[in-house]
Structures are given as C-alpha cells and as structure tokens.
Design a protein around this ligand. Structure first.
Ligand SMILES: [Mn+2]
Length: 363
C-alpha cells in the first residue's frame, strides 16, 4: 500500500509534511482509512491514520479494533483511554509543521479536536490528492471490483425467475439482497432499488409495497460490496407484453449507452461523453427526460468521485472504473435505465458487467 500513500502526496497540489485521516462514528468513517490500510474488516470508529510522503503509514486505533488492525502492514499504535489518543497523536506527528487533512471526509467536530491536540500545526486540505489517486485503480482494486461485478451479474440472472404477479417491490429487493450475500458479497453496495410501474420514473426510489402487475416496467438497480469494493448495475425488465412506447424508450436508452461505449477511451474529456449521450436523447421525442449524469466513478465508495458528468473536464485515463447509466424518465408513466460498469483501457474500455441488455418481456 506504500504506492497508494505516496500517490496521495504526489497528487495533492499542496505540499505537506504528513497527512492525518481521522474517523468519526459511522457513517462518518473515511473510506480513505481502508484505502491506505487495505483492511477488509472492522469499523474503526475514532481511529486515525498518519501518512508520510515516503509511503510509510501509522495507524492509531482503540483496543476494540486492535486485533483487526493487526491485519494491516501499517505500523500500529493502540490507545486504551481517550487521553492517550492525544498524547500518541502528538508523538506521531511531532516532526510535522504542515499536516494535510481530507476536508471532504473529516467532521467539523474532529477538525476542532485536531486543532486542539496540535495547536501549532497548519492544517491544509489535501482532498484533491485523495480523490485523484483513487480515480485510478490498481490491480488489486480492479480484481475486487471485477469479482463484485460477477456477483451482481449472477444476481441479475435470478430476477426473471423470482418475479411473479402480485409480488411486492420489497420482496424482490429481499430476493436480490439474499442472492448478493449468498454469492459472497458482504452486503449490498447500497439500498437496493426495485421499482415497479410508474415508480420507475423516480431514479432513486428504493422500494415500497407496490404489487407487480402486467404491463409494468421493472427497474432493478443494485450492487455487491466485496472486500469493501462495489459494483453497480441496473436493468429494466417488462412484466407481460411491452407497448410500442415502452419498446421505443428502451431502444433509445440502449442506443444512448452504446454511444458512450463507442466514445470511451483514454484522453477523452468525461463531460464530452455525457454531452454526446444527453444530446442524442434530446434529439428524440424524449428531450429533457434524461435528468442525471451519465455515470460516476466506482470503487470503495459507490459514488467514488466524478465520472461522466456534464461539468467534468477531466480526461479519461487507463484504469479508471466508471458507470455508464443513461435513463429516460416520464413522470406518471415510468422510466428505463440501463447501467454497466466499465474499465478504461488503452484505446477503449472493457465491460465489467455482462448481463444481457436486450429488452426482456417476462410472463
Ligand atoms: Mn450508479
């Protein structure tokens, strides 16, 4: 993990003597703590990591997490009482005058605590160093995300078999979550989305008690979390026979996704991919009905950083992993979204999720 730590310093615009990652209570535990320690288990509330420009890493954890922490190659210091935490953190950072923090992942309360413990230190936000480093995945990260994608694909495969008339959205969500976990995921990557009928017009609807009826569009959007890395996939099915309009919307979304796939390669500006997709949808009668970004970066967090968003001027680079997920949403009628995860490679991309993308009418 030495290289990850070094890269965070290299990718930060501001030079600092060391960097502190400080976790609060869940859900305010910084993913970057797991990024630098490579710990796959544990919660690590209140824990702290100190990073040095040469790639060295200290972690400061409570006794509760000490056994889990030993699985990291980082140099470990254990504190028993809260007062000890301050003393030990002072020792670890004694030669640092300027210390970087991840302002995007540090609570205001914890920032105040740090300034109280280290009153002489100048704290500088180096969150750019974290997110730039995490955008480019190393081999271990790619392998974990690929495995998380296989679990998501295998789970998508069970959806047609478990659907039945009158089934409720939460029942389908439960089947999906069970499948993810029985196939080896630690947990669903996020609150599984299963929407039926007109609820499919709400992109972030999770699931409710609506019953499945003939003619419904079905949107399933979920992912697997494996060793803290995530996949994210969406498929839209049709229960019964599709109308011409449902078929047309689906075809339009599928074409929009293909436009992105054909354009994605290193050197292309992320925002340009989004504009190609959205201007295609806007050239059809569904103008204005694509209401979110084309995709996001994927990794330790499901929304791991900027992706194929309209304002994103970053160039795509090899070993980025992004989602590609165009959709069309008609309030009161329904929506269609198709989402896949892609790895940017030399000259193009590799599709990591492989579930069929044809419009499936299920009886
Ligand atoms: Mn997504």
């Amino acid at each position: 993990m030495i290289q990850r730590v070094k890269n965070i310093f290299i990718n930060s615009k501001k030079a600092v003597d060391s960097i502190i990652i400080k976790n609060s209570s869940t859900p305010f535990v910084d993913d970057n703590f797991f990024y630098v320690t490579d710990l796959e288990q544990g919660i690590f509330e209140g824990s702290c990591a100190v990073l040095y420009p040469d790639g060295a890493l200290d972690i400061l954890v409570s006794e509760l997490e000490s056994e889990s922490a030993r699985k990291s190659t980082a140099h470990l210091t254990v504190y028993k009482k809260k007062e000890e935490f301050s003393v030990l953190l002072k020792q670890l950072t004694s030669s640092s005058k300027t210390i970087g923090i991840n302002a995007s992942g540090l609570s205001h309360h914890d920032f105040n605590t740090l300034t109280e413990i280290l009153p002489q230190v100048l704290f500088v936000d180096v969150s750019d160093g974290f997110f730039k480093t995490r955008l480019i995945k190393d081999e271990q990260e790619i392998q974990r995300i690929k495995k998380a994608c296989v679990i998501a694909d295998d789970t998508m495969g069970i959806v047609p078999d478990v659907l039945s008339e009158g089934m409720r959205e939460y029942e389908l969500a439960a089947e999906i979550n069970y499948s993810l976990q029985i196939l080896g995921a630690e947990k669903p990557a996020f609150d599984t989305i299963c929407s039926f009928g007109k609820n499919t017009a709400e992109p972030h609807y999770s699931h409710g008690d609506v019953k499945l009826t003939k003619g419904d569009l079905i949107v399933c959007d979920f992912g697997a979390c494996l060793k803290k890395y995530n996949s994210d996939i969406t498929r839209t099915f049709l229960f019964g026979r599709a109308t011409e309009q449902q078929k047309e919307i689906y075809k339009t979304v599928l074409q929009a996704q293909q436009i992105a796939f054909d354009a994605i390669k290193p050197g292309i500006i992320a925002g340009d991919i989004h504009h190609a997709v959205s201007s295609f949808i806007d050239s059809t009668k569904y103008r204005g009905r694509f209401i979110h970004s084309t995709g996001h970066s994927l990794g330790l967090a499901v929304h791991d950083g900027p992706g194929l968003a309209p304002e994103n001027t970053m160039e795509l680079q090899e070993n980025m992993i992004l989602t590609v997920e165009p959709g069309i949403y008609l309030p009161g009628f329904g929506g269609v979204r198709i989402e896949d995860d892609v790895l940017i490679k030399k000259g193009g991309m590799e599709l990591l999720t492989k579930s069929p993308r044809i419009f499936t009418e299920l009886e």
